[in-house]
Write a new protein. Structure first.
Lengths: 244, 237
């Protein structure tokens, strides 16, 4: 990670009057959004920023805090200020709040996911690369060893779903699947909570087996088979949970 | 003898105050338009120093929960769907989601969602949709202008599902699409036959009124087939 020597402009007093810290925040933020500053990049040290922006330390600090507040950067004493990879966390958090405020229902979220999932899987079968296959295979192999640990099995299953969505190579679909996955998981885990340990282990094994089937269809680049197997998989989970 | 010590967590004072007020806003106890107590009162309520309170207020402002009003004081301005639209928009920008991905996604997903439109639309939705369709009728000689109006029409179609999240996604995609830096890609729009496209859009409304989901889905597909994007240059990906 090297310091980025960037030409931060001296903030000029131009209308409309804007707090200096906000102006600094905006400048850095737009460099992050444009890709000029990439995840992992380190911002210049505070004293350099003070020099570049020609502003006081508190002002620069406030701007950095605002960036940290919005998750654009992480500030740590030893390592300085590092640009984050913008995750879906902020959106997921806001979405949870909307559900809590009853502005969006869980059904709204799942309705969207139910439409998008077969699309994502179909595209995964079409667009997947050898690298994607390797990643998915590793996840499934790992899953074989942990079927008696229900929580870890479910986590691993989520990782598999994420890898499948990635293989679609459509970023919009991937983001939607990512954002909605938490709500689908929560629903499932809530229902499974009432199951016995044996039932849970059996469920974990079945899910893994179905994931292997899905994986096979994707390897074969057979979209139809993949979508069909996914439908069966969803039905099977619903049955298992319904009978609890 | 084994002892179990648990990790001790400390929280910065300003974060504590921030979270307290954030919770009040998110739970609806403080509504948009409500005024916050003065800084002095907040110091009293939370038993914290002035700098701490000021920092917490700054954090609230930067998270778009409150707005400082002229004359002093702060009021709650949190409008949640705006908030999530902004976050999703930033995510799209940051992840460099390409216009092709959005187009492909809309092309695949809208035919499915239009069925939900038919299930939930109201009379007011139809009125808005009619108006937007009229506006499109008047722009059939300008591909760029027509495109912009057509997207607005399709966003309204998704709004009529009455799934607020779906509307948020489509609205964000539309804003992202027509934002300045993507205008340069408009050079590569290919509309085979704009009159055919307009007819298809018109017929979608007809299919909705007659509550024919399969026909509506098929017409939405026709629309997206007819409106094509040539693959933009990949240099910016």
């Amino acid at each position: 990670m090297k310091d980025k020597c960037l030409a931060f402009q001296q903030e000029t007093a131009s209308p409309p009057p804007q707090k200096a810290s906000v102006a600094i925040y905006e400048q850095i933020r737009s460099k992050i959004l444009s890709g000029e500053l990439k995840p992992g990049d380190k911002l210049p040290p505070e004293r350099d920023l003070i020099e570049m922006f020609q502003r006081s330390r508190p002002t620069v600090r406030e701007a950095l805090r605002m960036l940290e507040n919005k998750n654009y950067v992480t500030i740590s004493r030893g390592k300085g200020t590092i640009v984050n990879k913008l995750s879906t966390d902020e959106v997921e958090r806001t979405l949870s709040n909307l559900v809590r405020l009853s502005l969006v229902s869980v059904d709204n979220i799942l309705d969207i996911r139910n439409v998008c999932e077969p699309l994502s899987i179909s595209l995964a079968a079409q667009n997947r690369t050898d690298q994607d296959i390797r990643v998915m295979k590793d996840i499934l192999s790992y899953g074989e060893g942990i079927t008696s640990d229900f929580e870890r099995s479910m986590e691993n299953g989520n990782r598999f779903n994420g890898a499948m969505a990635r293989s679609s190579h459509n970023e919009m679909l991937y983001l939607i699947m990512r954002i909605t996955s938490k709500f689908s998981n929560e629903k499932m885990l809530a229902s499974a909570a009432k199951m016995s340990e044996e039932e849970k282990t059996q469920l974990a094994k079945n899910i893994l087996k179905q994931h292997f089937g899905l994986f096979e269809a994707i390897v074969q680049r057979d979209s139809e088979k993949a979508v069909q197997r996914n439908n069966e998989h969803i039905q099977s989970i619903a049955n298992a949970l319904y009978h609890v | 003898m084994a002892m179990n010590f648990t990790p001790v967590e400390t929280k910065k004072a300003n974060e504590y105050v921030f979270e307290q007020i954030e919770n009040l806003i998110l739970s609806g106890q403080l509504k948009p338009g409500d005024k916050l107590p003065s800084e002095r009162d907040l110091m009293e309520i939370y038993k914290r120093s002035h700098p701490t309170i000021r920092e917490a207020l700054r954090m609230l402002e930067s998270s778009n929960y409150i707005r400082v009003i002229p004359g002093g004081g702060a009021e709650v301005c949190y409008n949640s769907t705006e908030g999530i639209q902004e976050s999703i928009g930033e995510l799209l920008e940051f992840r460099r989601v390409s216009i092709t991905d959005i187009y492909l996604f809309a092309k695949l997903a809208e035919p499915e969602f239009i069925k939900q439109t038919i299930q939930h639309y109201t009379w007011e939705d139809l009125v808005s949709l009619e108006e937007l369709c009229e506006a499109m009728e008047n722009s059939t000689d300008d591909a760029v202008d027509y495109t912009i109006k057509m997207f607005t029409f399709h966003v309204e179609l998704m709004k009529a599902t009455h799934n607020p999240l779906l509307y948020v996604f489509w609205n964000t995609m539309e804003r992202f699409w027509t934002s300045e830096k993507l205008q340069r890609d408009f050079g590569s729009i290919q509309i085979q036959d704009i009159r055919l496209l307009q007819a298809a859009n018109r017929d979608i409304l007809d299919a909705i009124r007659k509550e024919e989901p399969e026909r509506a889905a098929s017409l939405v597909r026709v629309c997206w087939e007819n409106w094509q994007m040539a693959e933009p240059d990949k240099e910016d990906r």
